[in-house]
Design a protein around this ligand. Structure first.
Ligand code: NDP
Length: 325
């Protein structure tokens, strides 16, 4: 029987490559949670995926309404959820001014962190149901459900890449606190001036803090495995679409020949697919990386990305900001 995996932002880059890797095994049905159906259909056709290996559902992570509607739509499909992959992201390094969603929340923090925070919290119910169903079925026991939030080296200041300015730094979450008190159009999580590259890195720290906090709160009681990963530098994805043209040309070469951190979309997709389905990568609370010879290993997060007090505070504020309490 096929297992079901939802992947956000599955119409390009890492999300698409992972969807392809999973769908092609025949063991997974991938729900591609996307904003652009026609682009996704084209990509799926080009990849030659079979009809029963995927479906498309609309999701705009910048809208709380859309996220709640997505969850309803998924439930109405009658599928049992085995794995949720929070993958979508925006990166706005050249923006001079911040962009905000309809609620006045900056787009990197909304899309990359708060949208996924809401989605993951709502879908815990669905992952738990998946676990109960597998426990009560007579067939071979299914593996535990997984919830994966894609992280990044750039948010980890214990690495060389993470020390390229502007560095991630959530401060004491002063910006989120201000929003929780009713402010809108606060550009940065630490309350500082807008910097698009830093906003992305900060949101990735939030992703990794959320994974850790979910592990501490829910792993023992639910059996769900929570994890994060850095798949390598996939220097040619759409993530860099807002960067300068020259950067888009030189960055892949720099990563290939200087840092040697470059990975192709296909290889990165295989890595994330491994975190979805490999029995050896089912440890909860883990942050996975790959060595130069493509072997997975559990990596160490930076002090900030593993700060459990900050994670608890981020959790509290995020719950308020997405109406979970
Ligand atoms: P892409 O730009 O190719 O993929 C990002 C996806 O997110 C797109 O499908 C995009 O869809 C989607 N997305 C953006 N905004 C929204 C939204 N509001 N609602 C729903 N979906 C949205 O980049 P990557 O594949 O590189 O990025 C995927 C993940 O990998 C990200 O989490 C990124 O941080 C991470 N990562 C990437 C690395 C790299 O080197 N590229 C390195 C480390 C981590 P649309 O087409 O509609 O905009």
């Amino acid at each position: 029987q096929q297992r079901t995996c939802i992947i956000t932002g599955a119409n390009s880059g890492l999300g698409l490559a992972t969807a392809k890797a999973l769908a092609k095994t025949g063991q997974w049905h991938v729900v591609m949670a996307v904003r652009d159906f026609s682009r996704t259909e084209k990509a799926v056709k080009a990849a030659g995926l079979s009809k029963n290996s995927y479906s498309l559902m609309y999701l705009d992570l910048a809208s709380q309404t859309s996220i709640r509607q997505f969850v309803e739509q998924f439930r109405a499909s009658g599928r049992t959820l085995d794995t949720l992959v929070c993958n979508a992201a925006v990166y706005l390094p050249t923006a001079k001014e911040p962009s905000y969603n309809a609620d006045g929340v900056e787009l990197s923090v909304m899309t990359n962190h708060l949208g996924h925070f809401l989605l993951a919290n709502l879908m815990l119910e669905d992952l738990k149901k998946g676990k109960e169903k597998s426990a009560s079925s007579n067939g071979a026991a299914k593996p535990s459900p997984r919830l994966i939030i894609v992280g990044s080296i750039t948010g980890n200041t214990n690495t060389v890449a993470g020390n390229v300015p502007p560095k991630a730094d959530l401060g004491q979450l002063e910006g989120l606190e201000a929003i929780a008190k009713g402010a809108t159009e606060v550009p940065m999580i630490n309350g500082g001036d807008f910097d698009g590259a830093k906003a992305y890195k900060d949101s990735k720290v939030c992703n990794m803090l959320t994974m850790g906090e979910m592990h501490r709160r829910f792993h023992d009681s639910t059996g769900i495995a929570f994890s994060s990963l850095y798949p390598g530098c996939i220097a040619e994805t759409g993530l860099f679409r807002n960067h300068y043209g020259l950067f888009q040309k030189l960055f892949p070469l720099f990563q290939k020949y200087v840092t040697k951190g470059y990975v192709s979309e296909e290889e990165a997709g295989n890595r994330l697919a491994q975190v979805v389905s490999d029995p050896a990568l089912d440890k909860s609370g883990a942050y996975w990386s790959w060595s130069r010879d493509a072997q997975s290993f559990e990596n160490t997060l930076s002090d900030e990305a593993s700060d459990s007090r900050k994670a608890a505070k981020l959790w509290d504020l995020s719950e308020q900001l997405v109406g979970l309490r």
